[in-house]
Design a protein around this ligand. Sequence first.
Ligand code: NDP
Length: 252
Amino acid sequence: GATPLTGRVAVVTGASSGIGEATAERLAELGASVALLARRKDNLAELADRITAAGGTALALPVDVTDRQAVADAAREVRDRLGRADLVFNNAGVQLISPIEDLRVDDWQRQIDLNVTGVMNVIAAFVPHLVEAAEAGGPADLVNTSSIAATRVLEKFSVYSGTKAYISHLTRLLRVELGRKMVRVSSIEPGMVDTELPDHVTDPDASELMAGLLREIECLSSADVAETVAFVASVPRHVNLTEITVLPTAQA
Ligand code: NDP
């Protein structure tokens, strides 16, 4: 029978782990065909197999989203193999916290390359799909993963927070332009979610800070965030849930 996302074509970046993986799986369960973008080929292939085995449709596209041409090529492949995308979960991101005076400039650059440039590459490749989908009269969603770090002032989070503030404000601006065309634009701002995100931190003290926070309270699971994204895409077309904060109940 028809489920809330039957006939939708979803693109999920960062689909090889954490929030992206769980969201791709949930969107597929609810009937969407899903294109899976990230770098780790094996993870994507496993996820695609799992979705297919459950009766869904998935297309694994190993892509580094900081590579503009590779993302543009992926968009063409999505169109050829699944059809025009009408739900884009712009989610790939990296969090490399450290004190500013450590001058971990490579970490600063990696966050800017992925969380800003990568996010823009996805927008450039898929906004035309979304506008077309809306013009054809169907739902169209751009959902960007921001963070509560976009608005909170957290020590050692400076560059990461800056990139997420960029994403949250970008979302507001895009909504003004695209909402008029019936494309919904949303940002999800999660609190602590138990994923691989802290594993990449290169500063040992910052890494211990994250691990401590994760032990202290019952965090969100990736599935909790996935359910939120699915809800945003499932409400009637004239309803745009724009900025959604999802916190673990016990997180301050
Ligand atoms: P993960 O580290 O599990 O997921 C990050 C994803 O991004 C992976 O699938 C990774 O895949 C992908 N990725 C990294 N670099 C690239 C790249 N260059 N090109 C394509 N994909 C890439 O962490 P989360 O699931 O937690 O993170 C998802 C999003 O959620 C991020 O934007 C993060 O900032 C945000 N967030 C997370 C919170 C948390 O507490 N976990 C809280 C608030 C926001 P691969 O390495 O295979 O490329």
